[in-house]
Write a protein that binds this ligand. Structure first.
Ligand code: HDE
Length: 697
């Protein structure tokens, strides 16, 4: 054990043994009352084999605290992981907003970002088909700003009042307690079929966006229309976008399913490993900025969160970048206790009347009290602003502050008696709400209604589907077939199909065919469905954020006895030079005996490291190694899956029998291990291989 003399102290135990103790908070183990513990292994007993004594305050305190270690998990987005980093504005940012964090190009504002799945519990797997949360806490000089978004730019519902029903429907069924982390069941699709406004989001949800390869290969979206207010009080409407420098990348559905079994922590591990090796993920913050006139000219209402503004109509202007460079020190204290609230906003940013956003402004503050147990949750280190907090709010459970004096009300004149009078409001620096006299201005009768401008539920769903690449369309149709095949209620399947006819009759036909059902008549629509111009920006395959690179991507190099050390060395260094991550996989983790007789240690054992963990594979095998691996199902599956998941496969000539046994057919993504391999390995997946390996709808 490496010891730092400053933080460790060596003491002699009662039996003469040596103990090394950490000195982060002093060298000795203590109770919560600071009493040094002499023995942390044995409880206090009346006689060596006698009863344990109630008197043992050390035992009681330890077990008492342990019994209460868990807090309620989040109602949604329970499973997540997080990282620290910073945000830096570009010069453009200040032209739109007076917010302090946007004023000085290059000046860093610390951030904490939590990525999550939505439906599954805290202990569920990382890779279900699910929307991902993308929540960013900015610790600005003017207070905390939370941009609590998702990896999809639209939402299921237009009004917050429907949220509890949506969540009940998607979570595990109330009587059965399953399925966990899956929308493929009766109650979700029952609700969706009855909720046409959800159709657009369902298209995104069934697309490859909900099976991201990594948290760092996702886009993020603020979804709602917000406002930026400049120094002159001018309002600009904005939609926030996070564009990943790593590009967009998704898994194949079969791969995601297998990943969940092989490593339920796949995405959180991926994030930690990237940060560990200094491969810091980066996103550009962009805005779609528009004025009221543009808003009024669109085919839909910008206050409706089930709609995008196509980037082809209002382009995204980059206003800054965010880098994640440090993982949390403690999962519970930081990732679990972080409390995001869309209501946390700073001067220069403001809300709109989007009825979904308005409901969220209440929900998050409220839920933190139930989750963290006290209104003082903002005092936890991960939630505390890095700017001063100064007010007359007092007391409450777990109060950490010790305010001095008796000024706990305002106004007061205690200063006139020479006492500390406490803080006062500041109209100049203070947050002032934008006096909205524009879209959605506060006016009119009290009504429980939805505006007419929210009525078109299908045109953008059609736009999305028709904008996708062919392979993505096939994935989407197949995802619908998969999910609806898990729905036992036939009338529910039928209703969803009749909604799909409105999206695209051909899509409905493909899904019906996949279910072996007839295509029903289209469901009634409130307004006629329009053919809007396609938006190529929504694509992953062939879209603006698809990246052909080895940077940040991994290559699994399979080695076995007899492998050529020189070849392995060359591959490893070339992959590293290209910014990729080589991973040596062998039947035994202790290593393989190479051609020259030396032993090369592996990074992973083949049986525990299926090819779903990497982006491409290299079979650096000798004839001897290949012969042995032909009898190892994990090796055959390794290759078969890489092929089925459309990955590049590089192989020595000697590995050919393994390729044959795995059913690999030669195509542009199957190469030798010469110089060409890296170029192909860094390319995108080989989607043209797909029709030959699986039947898609
Ligand atoms: Fe959330 N949402 N949400 N949501 N949401 C929560 O807050 C809620 C919505 C999102 O990593 C909860 O702290 C309502 C849209 C993320 O800690 C809860 C409505 C978007 C996270 C809640 C929505 C989101 C949450 C559960 C409809 C994308 C995880 C625990 C009006 C823009 C944050 C918690 C984290 C979490 C309520 C809709 C994103 C219950 C009522 C739209 C990323 O407060």
């Amino acid at each position: 054990m490496a010891t730092d003399p400053k933080t460790y102290e060596t003491i002699t135990g009662p039996g003469g043994e040596l103990h090394q103790q950490t000195a982060a908070n002093g060298p000795h183990l203590t109770t919560n009352q600071g009493i040094v513990v002499a023995d942390n292994q044995n409880s206090l007993k009346a006689g060596a084999r006698g009863p344990t004594l109630l008197e043992d305050f050390i035992l009681r305190e330890k077990i008492f605290h342990f019994d209460h270690e868990r807090i309620p998990e989040r109602i949604v987005h329970a499973r997540g992981t997080a990282a620290h980093g910073y945000f830096e504005p570009y010069p453009a940012a200040a032209t739109y907003s007076k917010a302090g964090l946007f004023q000085t190009p290059g000046e860093q504002t610390p951030v904490f970002v939590r990525f999550s799945t939505v439906a599954g519990g805290a202990g569920s797997a990382d890779t279900p088909r699910d929307v991902r949360g993308f929540a960013v806490k900015f610790y600005t000089g003017e207070g905390v700003w939370d941009l609590v978004g998702n990896n999809i730019p639209v939402f299921f519902i237009q009004d917050a009042i429907k949220f509890p029903d949506l969540v009940h429907a998607v979570k595990m069924e109330a009587d059965k307690g399953y399925p966990q982390a899956a929308s493929a069941h009766d109650t979700f699709w029952d609700w969706i079929g009855l909720m046409p406004e959800a159709t657009h989001m369902v298209m995104w949800q069934m697309s490859d966006r909900t099976i991201p390869r990594s948290f760092v290969t996702m886009e993020g979206f603020g979804i709602h229309t917000f406002r930026l207010i400049d120094a002159d009080g001018k309002n600009t409407y904005v939609k926030f976008h996070w564009k990943p420098k790593q590009g967009l990348q998704s898994q194949i559905w079969d791969e995601a399913v297998k990943t969940a079994g092989a490593d339920p922590d796949f995405q959180r591990r991926d994030l930690f490993e990237r940060l560990d090796r200094g491969d810091y993920p980066e996103w550009e913050l962009g805005i779609q900025a528009f004025d009221e006139e543009t808003a009024n000219g669109l085919d839909f209402d910008v206050l409706d969160s089930t709609k995008i503004i196509p980037e082809e109509i209002v382009p995204v202007t980059p206003i800054g970048k965010m880098v994640l460079d440090r993982y949390p020190d403690n999962f519970f204290a930081e990732t679990e206790q972080v409390a995001f609230c869309p209501g946390n906003i700073v001067p220069g940013i403001d809300f709109t009347n989007d009825p979904l956003l308005q409901g969220r402004l209440f929900s998050y503050l409220d839920t933190q009290k139930s989750r963290l147990g006290t209104t003082n949750f903002h005092q936890l280190p991960i939630n505390a602003p890095k700017s001063p907090v100064n007010n007359f709010q007092r007391d409450g459970m777990m109060q950490m502050n010790v305010p001095k004096g008796r000024a706990n009300y305002e106004p007061n004149s205690l200063n006139e008696a020479g006492e500390d009078a406490g803080p006062r409001e500041c109209p100049v620096k203070g947050y002032s709400t934008y006096a909205a006299q524009d879209i959605g201005a506060e006016q009119g009768d009290k009504l429980r209604v939805r505006p007419e401008s929210f009525a078109d539920h299908y045109s953008q769903a059609r736009l999305f589907f028709r904008s996708l690449d062919k392979a993505e369309q096939a994935h989407l149709a197949s995802a619908l077939v998969f999910e609806l095949s898990k729905v036992g209620l036939e009338h529910v399947r039928k209703r969803v199909l009749s909604n799909l006819v409105n999206v695209d009759p051909a899509l409905a036909g493909r899904v019906a065919e996949g279910l072996n059902m007839d295509v029903p008549a289209a469901s009634a629509t409130a307004v006629p469905v329009k053919d809007l111009d396609p938006s190529p920006a929504v694509r992953i395959i062939g879209g603006p954020l698809e990246k052909v690179t080895l940077e940040g991507r991994s290559v699994g190099i399979l080695i076995a006895d007899g492998s050529d050390g020189e070849l392995i060395d060359r591959l490893t260094s070339e992959i590293g030079d290209a910014g990729g991550k080589p991973i040596l996989i062998a039947p035994k983790v202790g290593g393989a005996k190479l051609k020259d007789g030396s032993l090369l240690k592996a990074d992973a054992q083949l049986a525990g490291f299926p090819s779903v963990f990497v982006d491409s594979i290299a079979l650096a095998l000798s004839a001897e190694g290949t012969a042995a691996l032909l009898k190892e199902a994990a090796a055959v599956q390794f290759v078969m899956d890489a092929f089925g998941h459309l990955k590049t496969i590089g192989a020595t000539d000697a590995a050919k029998p393994l390729l044959d046994k795995a059913g690999v057919e030669k195509d542009a993504g199957v190469t030798g291990l010469d110089d060409g391999f890296l170029a192909v390995a860094g390319s995108k997946r080989h989607f043209d291989r797909e029709p030959g390996v699986r039947m898609l709808a």
